[in-house]
Design a protein around this ligand. Structure first.
Ligand SMILES: Cc1ncc(COP(=O)(O)O)c(C=O)c1O
Length: 413
């Protein structure tokens, strides 16, 4: 009997047994996970995006270890916190004031609080089916909830949160026509947790323009996408200008850390209004050392090469299935993407919900796992790639996908 509910603390990370055996990972290094039975897997879950340099990156381990040895919780100000914040600011200008948190969910929660304080308005709008954390308020309208699939004229709302239909230009205007108390629009550069739904050209810019016109702030939730496509925000790469952003996952390369970064005037007005921020572990030396060591490497990392390899893998996967007569499409960006068992790629949640095929996604997970590759088992899952995924890891993935496609074809013959 397990003493941990379902054997693991996050319901998103439950895996099915294979041949009656549960997976138990005892070690991870570079692109690989090692199970208690000695089996090695190429990892594409990568800590659900929390690893970008590769597992147990030596420089991050060294920096975090040194901070741990020096005492991990001094409670009071320590120089590592300013150094980590300065490292973030170097890449996120004009967002140059930081508050560290321990998780992305906390960061989004704080970002919404800051926006409410700065505007004096009570409600935030998030993208229906977007995942901006698991805390009560912002989990409203998460992917697979009934609210996520709302239709016109029936916008699900409560006092604190309301929803926007992703990629629906007219819905942005409607939202502000219906509400005069929107403090901020929270958006992601893509709806990653709805299986990488891409923004339509101009959609996020339109949402930003309309929000600004109505005095609302823009919160870029880049817990997942921050530092994933370049050493900075994906929003900035797209020419967007958020007032506040949340980053996490990749910035600590496996150490629990996230942050809210904001424009000075917004953050100063929150501070002046004595807005509450806290957390026993927020900004602790180990987390800050990990951020500094990670960003130090991401500054010179070859993102173009990683994205090109990811794009090539996506083409390879689609072709491997096409060769077996099975239509597969992928959506996302080079180093984070999702797989659809369909001949069209969805660009809104309605289509995504229609095309999602949980049984096939689970089957793909099981087939690949038998061939030494771990992917998330859910229809709305993603594959991540790291800078440690080398030729050998890519070759293993290609081999496993060819075998999985063959197995799918055999079963449907
Ligand atoms: C876009 C986005 N925002 C927020 C979060 C929440 O972050 P955390 O799991 O660190 O609380 C996640 C986690 O997957 C995420 O993908």
């Amino acid at each position: 009997m397990s003493h941990v509910v379902e054997g693991i603390s996050s319901s998103a990370r439950v895996l099915p047994p294979v041949d009656g055996k549960m997976l138990s990972i005892v070690r991870s290094e570079g692109p690989y996970l090692f199970a208690d039975d000695g089996q090695r897997y190429v990892d594409t879950a990568l800590g659900f995006g929390g690893i970008l340099l590769g597992h147990a990156d030596p420089a991050v381990v060294e920096a975090a270890g040194e901070a741990l040895r020096n005492g991990s919780l001094p409670a009071f100000s320590h120089p590592g916190e300013e150094r980590a914040a300065a490292a973030l600011a170097r890449h996120l200008a004009p967002l140059d004031k930081t508050v560290f948190t321990n998780s992305g969910s906390e960061a989004v929660h704080l970002a919404c609080r800051i926006a409410r304080r700065a505007t004096g308005r009570g409600r935030v709008a998030k993208m229906a089916a977007g995942f901006d954390g698991w805390l009560d308020e912002i989990a409203f309208g998460n992917v697979t909830t009934p609210e996520a699939a709302f239709h016109d004229q029936h916008r699900p709302s409560n006092e604190r949160v309301t929803l926007l239909r992703f990629n629906d230009f007219a819905d942005v205007e409607r939202l502000f026509a219906e509400n005069d108390d929107i403090a901020a629009v929270v958006y992601e550069p893509m709806l990653a947790n709805a299986a990488c739904l891409m923004p339509a050209p101009g959609y996020l810019q339109h949402a930003q323009d309309v929000a600004r016109r109505h005095g609302a702030l823009l919160i870029a939730d880049e817990v997942l996408m921050g530092f994933r496509l370049h050493a900075g925000l994906t929003s900035h790469l797209f020419g967007l200008d958020p007032d506040i952003a949340t980053v996490g996952k990749a910035v600590g390369n496996g150490i629990a850390v996230a942050a809210v970064v904001g424009k000075t005037d917004v953050m100063d007005s929150f501070h002046a209004a004595k807005g509450l921020r806290g957390g026993t572990y927020s900004g602790n030396p180990v987390a800050c050392a990990a951020v500094e060591a990670t960003l130090g490497q991401l500054e010179t990392a070859d993102y173009d090469a990683l994205i090109a390899r990811g794009d090539a893998l996506r083409v390879f996967i689609e072709k491997a299935f096409a060769d077996e007569g099975i239509a597969v499409r992928t959506t996302g960006y080079g180093s984070v993407f999702s797989i659809w068992f369909a001949d069209e790629a969805p660009d809104d949640y309605e289509t995504a919900a229609r095309l999602a095929a949980p049984q096939l996604s689970l089957r793909l997970h099981l087939e690949l796992r038998r061939h030494g590759v771990l992917v998330m088992p859910s229809a709305y899952g993603r594959l991540y790639l790291s800078f440690a995924h080398d030729d050998a890891a890519f070759a293993s993935m290609e081999n496993a996908f060819v075998r999985a496609a063959r197995a799918f074809a055999t079963a449907t013959d």
